[in-house]
Design a protein around this ligand. Structure first.
Ligand code: FNR
Length: 189
Protein backbone atom coordinates (compact mmCIF):
# COMPACT_ATOMS: atom_id res chain seq x y z
CA UNK A 1 0.00 0.00 0.00
CA UNK A 2 1.13 3.53 -0.74
CA UNK A 3 0.39 6.39 1.61
CA UNK A 4 0.27 10.00 0.50
CA UNK A 5 2.02 12.40 2.82
CA UNK A 6 1.49 16.15 2.62
CA UNK A 7 4.35 18.05 4.16
CA UNK A 8 4.06 21.60 5.46
CA UNK A 9 7.24 23.65 5.68
CA UNK A 10 7.05 26.14 8.54
CA UNK A 11 9.41 28.64 6.90
CA UNK A 12 8.68 31.06 4.06
CA UNK A 13 12.35 31.96 3.57
CA UNK A 14 13.87 31.32 0.13
CA UNK A 15 17.02 29.83 1.66
CA UNK A 16 15.12 27.90 4.34
CA UNK A 17 17.13 25.11 5.92
CA UNK A 18 13.84 23.38 6.71
CA UNK A 19 13.02 23.38 2.99
CA UNK A 20 16.39 21.69 2.42
CA UNK A 21 15.47 19.16 5.10
CA UNK A 22 12.10 18.55 3.43
CA UNK A 23 13.86 17.93 0.11
CA UNK A 24 16.14 15.44 1.84
CA UNK A 25 13.13 13.67 3.33
CA UNK A 26 11.51 13.38 -0.10
CA UNK A 27 14.71 11.75 -1.40
CA UNK A 28 15.10 9.40 1.58
CA UNK A 29 11.45 8.36 1.95
CA UNK A 30 10.62 4.66 1.63
CA UNK A 31 8.71 3.65 -1.53
CA UNK A 32 5.40 3.33 0.35
CA UNK A 33 5.37 7.06 1.11
CA UNK A 34 4.36 9.43 -1.68
CA UNK A 35 5.52 12.86 -0.55
CA UNK A 36 4.03 16.17 -1.75
CA UNK A 37 4.30 19.69 -0.42
CA UNK A 38 1.24 21.52 0.84
CA UNK A 39 2.24 25.18 0.48
CA UNK A 40 1.26 27.68 3.18
CA UNK A 41 2.85 30.88 1.90
CA UNK A 42 -0.13 32.37 0.04
CA UNK A 43 -2.63 32.15 2.88
CA UNK A 44 -3.77 35.51 4.24
CA UNK A 45 -3.88 36.01 7.98
CA UNK A 46 -6.76 34.00 9.38
CA UNK A 47 -9.81 35.56 11.01
CA UNK A 48 -13.12 33.91 11.79
CA UNK A 49 -14.70 36.61 9.60
CA UNK A 50 -13.74 34.26 6.74
CA UNK A 51 -15.58 31.28 8.19
CA UNK A 52 -18.82 31.98 6.34
CA UNK A 53 -16.99 32.14 3.02
CA UNK A 54 -13.43 30.81 2.86
CA UNK A 55 -11.30 32.35 0.07
CA UNK A 56 -10.24 30.06 -2.78
CA UNK A 57 -6.65 29.77 -1.52
CA UNK A 58 -7.86 28.53 1.86
CA UNK A 59 -10.37 26.11 0.32
CA UNK A 60 -7.59 24.64 -1.82
CA UNK A 61 -5.36 24.39 1.24
CA UNK A 62 -8.01 22.46 3.18
CA UNK A 63 -8.68 20.26 0.17
CA UNK A 64 -4.95 19.45 -0.11
CA UNK A 65 -5.02 18.21 3.47
CA UNK A 66 -8.19 16.21 2.83
CA UNK A 67 -6.49 14.61 -0.19
CA UNK A 68 -3.55 13.11 1.73
CA UNK A 69 -3.37 10.21 4.19
CA UNK A 70 -1.01 11.93 6.60
CA UNK A 71 0.74 15.19 7.39
CA UNK A 72 4.39 15.88 8.12
CA UNK A 73 5.42 19.20 9.66
CA UNK A 74 8.95 20.30 8.81
CA UNK A 75 9.43 23.39 10.87
CA UNK A 76 11.95 25.86 12.23
CA UNK A 77 11.74 27.33 15.70
CA UNK A 78 11.17 31.08 15.86
CA UNK A 79 11.58 32.73 19.24
CA UNK A 80 11.27 29.36 20.98
CA UNK A 81 7.90 28.75 19.35
CA UNK A 82 5.97 27.82 16.21
CA UNK A 83 6.62 30.20 13.29
CA UNK A 84 3.67 32.55 12.79
CA UNK A 85 3.14 31.46 9.17
CA UNK A 86 2.75 27.84 10.24
CA UNK A 87 0.44 28.62 13.15
CA UNK A 88 -1.65 30.72 10.76
CA UNK A 89 -1.91 27.80 8.33
CA UNK A 90 -2.96 25.47 11.15
CA UNK A 91 -5.63 27.93 12.27
CA UNK A 92 -7.02 28.06 8.71
CA UNK A 93 -7.08 24.27 8.46
CA UNK A 94 -8.77 23.85 11.84
CA UNK A 95 -11.80 25.91 10.87
CA UNK A 96 -14.69 26.60 10.13
CA UNK A 97 -15.86 25.02 13.35
CA UNK A 98 -16.84 21.40 12.73
CA UNK A 99 -14.65 21.15 9.63
CA UNK A 100 -11.26 20.66 11.26
CA UNK A 101 -8.96 19.26 8.58
CA UNK A 102 -6.64 17.62 11.12
CA UNK A 103 -9.23 15.51 12.91
CA UNK A 104 -8.13 11.86 12.80
CA UNK A 105 -5.37 12.75 10.30
CA UNK A 106 -2.06 11.22 11.41
CA UNK A 107 0.89 13.58 11.66
CA UNK A 108 4.57 13.73 12.45
CA UNK A 109 6.97 16.52 13.33
CA UNK A 110 10.55 17.22 12.40
CA UNK A 111 12.65 20.34 12.20
CA UNK A 112 16.11 21.76 11.95
CA UNK A 113 17.90 24.72 13.45
CA UNK A 114 21.53 25.80 13.77
CA UNK A 115 21.04 25.69 17.54
CA UNK A 116 21.91 22.60 19.53
CA UNK A 117 18.36 21.81 20.62
CA UNK A 118 17.25 21.71 16.98
CA UNK A 119 13.65 23.08 17.21
CA UNK A 120 12.75 20.99 20.28
CA UNK A 121 10.80 23.79 21.95
CA UNK A 122 8.81 24.68 18.83
CA UNK A 123 7.99 21.01 18.27
CA UNK A 124 6.86 20.62 21.86
CA UNK A 125 4.45 23.51 21.42
CA UNK A 126 3.29 22.20 18.06
CA UNK A 127 2.47 18.89 19.75
CA UNK A 128 0.04 20.67 22.06
CA UNK A 129 -1.62 22.42 19.15
CA UNK A 130 -2.00 19.21 17.14
CA UNK A 131 -3.34 17.30 20.13
CA UNK A 132 -6.05 19.93 20.47
CA UNK A 133 -6.72 19.57 16.74
CA UNK A 134 -7.26 15.83 17.30
CA UNK A 135 -4.44 14.71 15.03
CA UNK A 136 -2.92 11.36 16.05
CA UNK A 137 0.77 12.23 16.48
CA UNK A 138 3.79 10.01 16.21
CA UNK A 139 5.32 10.11 19.71
CA UNK A 140 8.64 8.61 18.83
CA UNK A 141 11.05 8.74 16.95
CA UNK A 142 11.64 12.41 17.70
CA UNK A 143 13.86 14.33 15.28
CA UNK A 144 15.68 17.47 16.32
CA UNK A 145 18.20 18.13 13.59
CA UNK A 146 21.06 20.52 14.27
CA UNK A 147 21.92 22.15 10.96
CA UNK A 148 25.64 22.60 10.48
CA UNK A 149 26.79 24.45 7.32
CA UNK A 150 26.70 22.09 4.33
CA UNK A 151 24.67 19.37 6.08
CA UNK A 152 22.07 19.36 3.29
CA UNK A 153 22.51 21.00 -0.09
CA UNK A 154 19.87 22.82 -2.18
CA UNK A 155 18.88 19.58 -3.90
CA UNK A 156 18.32 17.80 -0.60
CA UNK A 157 21.48 15.70 -0.62
CA UNK A 158 22.64 14.95 2.93
CA UNK A 159 26.43 15.11 3.33
CA UNK A 160 26.60 13.22 6.65
CA UNK A 161 25.91 9.47 6.46
CA UNK A 162 24.77 9.20 10.08
CA UNK A 163 22.22 11.98 9.56
CA UNK A 164 20.98 10.37 6.34
CA UNK A 165 20.56 7.05 8.16
CA UNK A 166 18.78 8.76 11.06
CA UNK A 167 16.36 10.44 8.63
CA UNK A 168 15.75 7.17 6.78
CA UNK A 169 14.92 5.47 10.06
CA UNK A 170 12.66 8.37 11.09
CA UNK A 171 10.71 8.02 7.84
CA UNK A 172 10.49 4.26 8.21
CA UNK A 173 9.03 4.66 11.72
CA UNK A 174 6.70 7.36 10.41
CA UNK A 175 5.47 5.08 7.61
CA UNK A 176 4.72 2.33 10.13
CA UNK A 177 2.95 4.80 12.38
CA UNK A 178 0.76 6.06 9.52
CA UNK A 179 -0.08 2.48 8.59
CA UNK A 180 -1.07 1.67 12.18
CA UNK A 181 -3.30 4.72 12.49
CA UNK A 182 -4.98 4.14 9.13
CA UNK A 183 -5.66 0.54 10.08
CA UNK A 184 -7.67 1.71 13.08
CA UNK A 185 -9.06 4.86 11.47
CA UNK A 186 -9.63 4.07 7.80
CA UNK A 187 -9.51 6.90 5.27
CA UNK A 188 -12.56 9.09 5.57
CA UNK A 189 -13.48 7.33 8.82
C1 FNR B 1 15.31 32.33 14.75
N1 FNR B 1 16.19 31.29 15.01
C2 FNR B 1 15.98 30.49 16.11
N2 FNR B 1 16.63 29.28 16.24
C3 FNR B 1 16.34 28.47 17.29
O1 FNR B 1 16.90 27.39 17.37
N3 FNR B 1 15.45 28.85 18.24
C4 FNR B 1 14.78 30.02 18.18
O2 FNR B 1 13.96 30.31 19.04
C5 FNR B 1 15.04 30.89 17.08
N4 FNR B 1 14.39 32.07 16.95
C6 FNR B 1 14.40 32.73 15.75
C7 FNR B 1 13.51 33.76 15.52
C8 FNR B 1 13.45 34.36 14.28
C9 FNR B 1 12.43 35.43 14.00
C10 FNR B 1 14.35 33.95 13.25
C11 FNR B 1 14.29 34.58 11.89
C12 FNR B 1 15.26 32.97 13.51
C13 FNR B 1 17.24 30.93 14.02
C14 FNR B 1 16.67 29.94 13.04
O3 FNR B 1 16.82 28.63 13.55
C15 FNR B 1 17.40 30.04 11.69
O4 FNR B 1 17.16 31.33 11.15
C16 FNR B 1 16.94 28.98 10.70
O5 FNR B 1 17.57 29.18 9.46
C17 FNR B 1 15.42 29.02 10.54
O6 FNR B 1 14.98 27.97 9.71
P1 FNR B 1 14.52 28.28 8.19
O7 FNR B 1 13.53 29.40 8.24
O8 FNR B 1 15.80 28.69 7.45
O9 FNR B 1 13.97 27.01 7.69
Amino acid sequence: TTYTVGYLIGSLAKASINRKLAKALVKLAPPELEMREIPIGDLPLYSYDYDADYPEVARKFKQSIADVDAILFVTPEYNRSIPGALKNAIDWASRPWGQNSFARKPSGLIGTSPGAIGTAVAQQQLRGVLCFCNSPLMNTVEAYIQFKPGLIDDEGVVSNDDTAEFLRNYLSEYAQFVKRVLTVLPRGG
